[in-house]
Design a protein around this ligand. Structure first.
Ligand code: T4K
Length: 369
């Protein structure tokens, strides 16, 4: 069924013959989870590839968010963005923390640092920004605010695999960053995720946390959870890491083609690359100005869909408009004008390594005519 549909993304899959060899190895060893040798190897290879000091693998990208809040003992209120996947705010809810939504910067889709200070109260303990679509937050300004008020920063970097700014991984910003390795991400382990930490002691604590708090066979040192990645998905990740650069290069070519071909289409806006940033091209959002384009975002979205082009309206609706959060004072529409505008204008176009030239042309023509 999927063959006829041009989807927003498509999972990068390891070569099946190579994967079979890894599986055979796992079968022989009969060590299938709990910090096995592929788990250790993937952590080592990822920390080298990403340029980060310590990484802790997880079974998805939501658990490292929940665990990071526990590990840093975050309570009270946390300042965050409404323009993200719902897991960002759910992680706060699961920790009994009150989310405080701050509007976004229309130039990046990320939390606007200029609006953070006004949202700080005596109960604020942390800031949880998101590098939306892998575009870096204004990390220096956010760090200055955190330092001034003694706040922690946890970056939801689910989209930011491999992104660098001035040669440095943006995953090193703040106190902790988290990644998602879900099937829909640039780098995937089917389901999976990770936490980036700065020192060995914290890595050890997190490794206890994700294993029920066990420090050894008999000692439980924290109220941990089960967040472990198994050997099969670690092996899959090791193989995918070998081909991720090629997948990113293909995505880059597609992004440039979209930019070249859509730049004169009235009412369609998109972002260019940021100088000194190594992008991962995980998403290609376009923004529709209905008046200029002559069609609303939703009209275009459903027209595309009727022709088997499945873009996605990431991130519509805003997290702050879901029933469990909409009663919060910070969820008020007047507080979030830029986020509302972006959520109502965005379509993420198909971008992935399996698209053909013909597919890309089809998407472009659908938008142009
Ligand atoms: N923080 C942020 C900022 C996030 O974006 C996410 C996840 C998280 C935290 C949490 O991380 P995880 O706990 O999920 O690791 C997807 C993903 O499920 C989710 O991981 C992701 N963000 C979010 C932005 O998107 P959907 O609802 O769009 O997935 P779905 O199933 O509609 O897939 C989209 C398209 O991808 C399909 O039309 C076709 C393609 N696809 C998908 C799957 C699953 C395939 O070709 N094969 C597949 O197996 O949520």
């Amino acid at each position: 069924m999927k063959k006829d549909i041009i989807t927003v993304t498509s999972p990068l899959l390891p070569d099946l013959t190579e994967f079979n060899e890894y599986l055979r190895n796992i079968w022989e060893k009969k060590w299938i989870t709990n910090n096995g040798s592929y788990h250790k190897l993937l952590e080592k290879e990822l920390s080298e590839y990403l340029g980060v000091p310590y990484i802790c693998l997880f079974t998805n990208g939501t658990l490292p968010l929940i665990t990071a809040l526990q590990a840093l003992r975050i309570t009270g209120e946390v300042i965050t963005t409404p323009y993200s996947f719902v897991a960002t705010t759910h992680a706060l809810w699961w920790n009994g923390i009150k989310p405080v939504f701050v509007d976004i910067d229309p130039g990046t889709g990320n939390i606007d640092p200029e609006k953070i200070e006004a949202a700080i109260t005596p109960k604020t303990t942390a800031i949880m920004p998101v590098h939306v679509y892998g575009r870096p937050c204004r990390i220096t300004e956010i760090q200055e605010i955190a330092d001034k008020y003694g706040l922690k920063i946890i970056y939801d970097a689910a989209h930011a695999f491999g992104v660098k700014k001035d040669g440095e991984s943006i995953l090193n910003a703040g106190d902790i960053s988290t990644l998602s390795f879900h099937a829909t991400k640039v780098f995937n382990t089917i389901e999976g995720g990770a936490m980036i930490v700065k020192d060995e002691k914290t890595k050890r604590r997190i490794d206890f946390f994700k294993n029920f708090g066990f420090a050894n066979e008999t000692e439980v040192v924290s109220p941990g959870i089960n967040g472990k990645m198994d050997e099969i998905r670690a092996a899959y990740g090791i193989l995918n890491l070998k081909q991720v650069d090629n997948a990113i290069a293909i995505r880059k070519r597609i992004a440039n083609k979209y930019r070249d071909c859509l730049k004169y289409v009235k009412g369609v806006k998109f972002w260019n690359d940021i100088p000194d940033v190594k992008h991962n091209y995980s998403y290609f959002p376009i923004f529709i100005n209905a008046e200029e384009y002559g069609m609303t975002r939703d009209q275009l979205y459903f027209k595309m869909k009727s022709h088997n082009i499945w873009g996605r309206r990431y991130f519509y609706p805003l997290i702050s408009s879901f029933s469990m959060y909409r009663g919060l004072p910070s969820a008020n529409k007047d507080n979030l004008p830029n986020a509302y505008k972006m959520a109502n204008e965005v379509i993420c176009l198909p971008i992935h390594q399996d698209l053909t030239e013909e597919d890309v042309e089809k998407v472009i023509n659908e938008i142009k005519y």
